[in-house]
Design a protein around this ligand. Structure first.
Ligand code: CA
Length: 536
């Protein structure tokens, strides 16, 4: 990235480009002459792709996904040419933790300055950052700051300081601890270390001791970690377990994040951050003063995206989104909606939505044609499944990407998911199928790029009572588009003028299982189909 002048130039050059997608012509999926708008690297309204690093792509044949594996898959994610139509088109990647750790998932960090050897080297990370930037993608790293692994030198120094009763040791108060005999506070978990005469806090597991953020040294060390990676060029961070920094105290935790992210933005004003505050909107709202938060209300089997995708009333979803946007914007005008179906801690969406029913298509349309910055979990685009079921292992939710091209990446250890339950299709099977789920995802990302108002515009729900057809208008830079969805299995006709005065007269794009027709103000949408309307 070479500065704002260059971006402005690129912006003006690509603003007028027109694209046609030869490989997806014909049938109901035809989208032609999509104008591709230039992308501002500081524009956070982009689709991110979550990569569970150990399960994505293996470059050296040891079965473990790695950074070089991701590097060689960048053209799959985004080839940097918006006119090629040959890549998925995501605009950023979130890497799950990559630092030295003794677990397969790496959410217990032993050294924040070493890339786990099974994933590669610092040089590999630099190459990956550079490769992403060449393609206009952002890279965000997963920072696990609530706790470390017990193998971390900080934790060993902390224990030794207590064994030696050395209260002057800098690490004596590095973690949250209470004396061996003391009763733990209600609702919190502590673990006894007899020879050190203490119990350390570990609400996630005994292998994850919790850092003490009342200690200025901890704050200083954690600022240094983020600064180190910002200096390498990473664009931002996903903050793991962000609500637990001060267990049970949201106010104090929020002010920590305001301070921490404020310090980082002083260095990098366009910093992209997202916090994992896995809670209701009423709680996540509190954190919007400091950072964007994932929208957990929308996610999972019981979330509003899934219930709507399974034939539910779109008008309920759009009313929810409008009210959500109003509430976060009242707190922070820059706050964004970050919707997703599932992540590495959740059952995969294709398992409960199913591809065969078409519901997986509708769910993708609902959230990828939503405002803000949606997150796509790797493998979702090919209908991968994986759930805990009776087993209590999250590894089932993090299975090896099904490339179908000889990639040697293997499922993580501890996997118990029956291969019989998995989708029979690999990416290779789906690439050439015009109506495959993969091509649906690719199409949605193209549509999103071609209609930048969807991500960035002012949102107004368009309500069509008693129809289950619903949508919204989005206005940005003087242009307004309408996005409408029919989640039912049957064609529906609505009269646009019952919901809006804007004279939409152009079907800009159609996505889903059917087609759309506009005659005057009457819009007919086939079942499980979505449409983007513009004014000529
Ligand atoms: Ca490997």
């Amino acid at each position: 990235m070479k500065g704002k002048a260059l971006f402005a130039l690129i912006l003006s050059l690509v603003a007028a480009l027109t694209v046609s997608f030869g490989e997806t012509t014909g049938g109901e999926f035809k989208v032609e002459n999509i104008a591709v708008y230039g992308e501002n690297p500081s524009d956070a309204n982009r689709v991110f792709y979550e990569i569970f690093v150990g399960s994505f792509s293996d470059s050296n044949g040891d079965g473990c996904g790695d950074l070089q594996g991701i590097l060689r898959r960048l053209d799959y994610l985004n080839d940097g040419d918006p006119t090629s139509g040959l890549s998925l088109g995501v605009e950023g990647i979130w890497l799950t933790p990559i630092f030295a750790s003794s677990s397969y998932h790496k959410y217990d960090v032993n050294d924040y300055y070493t890339i786990d050897p099974s994933f590669g080297t610092m040089e590999d990370l630099q190459a990956l950052i550079d490769g992403c930037h060449q393609r206009g993608m952002l890279v965000i790293l997963d920072l696990v700051f609530n706790h470390t692994g017990t193998g971390n030198a900080w934790f060993q120094n902390f224990l030794n300081a207590h064994v030696l009763h050395n209260t002057m040791n800098l690490y004596y108060d590095f973690y949250t601890w209470i004396p061996a005999q003391e009763q733990a506070p209600a609702g919190r978990t502590f673990h006894l270390v007899e020879n050190a005469g203490l119990q350390y806090e570990c609400n996630f597991s005994t292998g994850m001791p919790e850092l003490n953020y009342d200690n200025p040294l901890v704050r200083e060390k954690m600022l240094e970690v983020a600064q180190f990676y910002l200096n390498m060029g990473v664009d931002g961070f996903r903050f793991d377990a962000a609500k637990y920094i001060y267990y049970g105290d949201h106010a104090k935790t929020v002010s920590f994040w305001e301070w921490y992210i404020g310090e980082l933005k002083a260095i990098k004003p366009e910093l992209y951050t997202v916090a994992e505050v896995w809670d209701s909107d009423g709680i996540t709202d509190k954190y919007e003063t400091a950072t964007n938060c994932f929208n957990f209300t929308a996610s999972q089997n019981d979330g509003i995206l899934a219930s709507t995708a399974k034939g539910g009333n779109v008008n309920k979803l759009t009313a929810y989104v409008e009210s959500y946007l109003n509430s976060i914007h009242a707190i922070n005008p820059e706050a964004m909606n970050l919707m997703f179906l599932s992540n590495h801690d959740m059952d995969r969406a294709a398992g409960y939505l199913t591809v065969a029913s078409g519901n997986a298509y509708t769910a993708a349309s609902l959230y990828l044609l939503s405002p803000g910055s949606p997150y796509l979990y790797y493998g979702e685009e090919i209908g991968m499944r994986g759930s805990n079921g009776a087993a209590t292992t999250d590894a089932n939710r993090r299975l090896a990407m099904l490339w179908g091209d000889g990639d040697t990446v293997k499922d993580p250890t501890g996997t118990t998911y029956s291969p019989k339950k998995q989708t029979p299709y690999t990416l290779q099977d789906l690439l050439g199928q015009e109506n495959s789920l993969y091509n649906h995802y690719k199409r949605l990302l193209m549509i999103r790029k071609a209609n930048p108002e969807i991500a960035r515009g002012e949102y107004h729900a368009l309500t069509f009572p008693k129809t289950k057809v619903g949508g919204f208008t989005a206005t940005w830079q003087g242009e307004t588009v309408a996005v409408l969805h029919n989640t039912t299995k049957n064609p529906k006709t609505v009269d646009l003028q019952t919901a809006t005065d804007i004279p939409f007269d152009l079907i800009a794009a159609v996505a889903g299982l059917g087609n759309a027709a506009l005659e005057g103000t009457l819009l007919t949408l086939d079942g499980q189909t979505s449409v983007v309307l513009r004014c000529k």
